[in-house]
Each structure stands twice: as structure tokens, then as C-alpha cells.
Unconditional design. Structure first.
Length: 123
């Protein structure tokens, strides 16, 4: 099975590193977006199995993006925050927003695919 992953981050270098590291897993197909608005455009047509979402982004942060995803489009696709704000209280707050999980930045590129797999549910 191929898993579609949407990685959303305003930092171009991190998008590139994340895409390369996720695609080390031959079952992962990755697309990236530079903003929450771009992700909202991509979601309905590409239908990812999981969204990896930066929390701190300009214009529409990760919390606002997640709210729009849930309110406007998709109530079921797992959303995992990737953020430097991954301490226990921050992670709890992000989970309360409806996130499936939190992965701390900086992430280990050699383990990112493994970490994402922890959140995937097979049909």
C-alpha cells in the first residue's frame, strides 16, 4: 500500500529535508505545501492519509489550519504537528486541538518515516 503524506511548513529547507527523509520509506508518497492556505487547496484533491503540520507559520498558524481542516473539509485525516513547541504542556494543548500526535523539531531525518508510521492506521 502507498501512503500519501502532506507536509506543511513555511521553511523551504525543512520541507525538502522532510520530503527526502519520508521518501526513504518506499511506501510513502509525499507532497509539500508552504502554508496552511496552500494545504487547504491541496487536501480535497489529493486526499492524504496523514497531514504533517508545522505549528508556527505566518498568516495562518498550525492551530488555525487544523481548525479549518476540521471545520471545512476533513474530520478524519490524522494531523500530526511537527514543532519546536513539543514540551509536555505544549503537546497536550496541541492534542486538545484535535491533533493525532506531536513530533518535535528538530526531527531526526533518519527516523522521521518511522515516527510517522506510528500514527498510521491500516484500513
Amino acid at each position: 500500500m502507498s501512503w500519501r503524506i502532506l507536509y506543511v511548513d513555511d521553511e523551504p529547507d525543512l520541507r525538502e529535508v522532510a520530503q527526502l527523509s519520508l521518501e526513504l520509506d518506499p511506501e510513502f508518497e509525499v507532497r509539500t505545501c508552504a502554508s496552511g492556505a496552500e494545504a487547504l487547496e491541496e487536501l480535497p484533491t489529493w486526499k492524504p492519509h496523514v497531514v504533517l503540520l508545522d505549528f508556527m507559520m505566518p498568516d495562518m498558524d498550525g492551530a488555525a489550519t487544523l481548525k479549518r481542516i476540521r471545520d471545512d473539509q476533513d474530520r478524519t485525516t490524522p494531523v500530526i504537528f511537527i514543532t519546536a513547541r513539543a514540551g509536555d504542556s505544549d503537546a497536550a494543548a496541541l492534542m486538545a486541538l484535535g491533533a493525532q500526535g506531536v513530533i518535535a523539531k528538530p526531527f531526526d531525518p533518519m527516523r522521521l518515516a518511522e515516527r510517522v508510521r506510528e500514527f498510521l492506521v491500516r484500513d
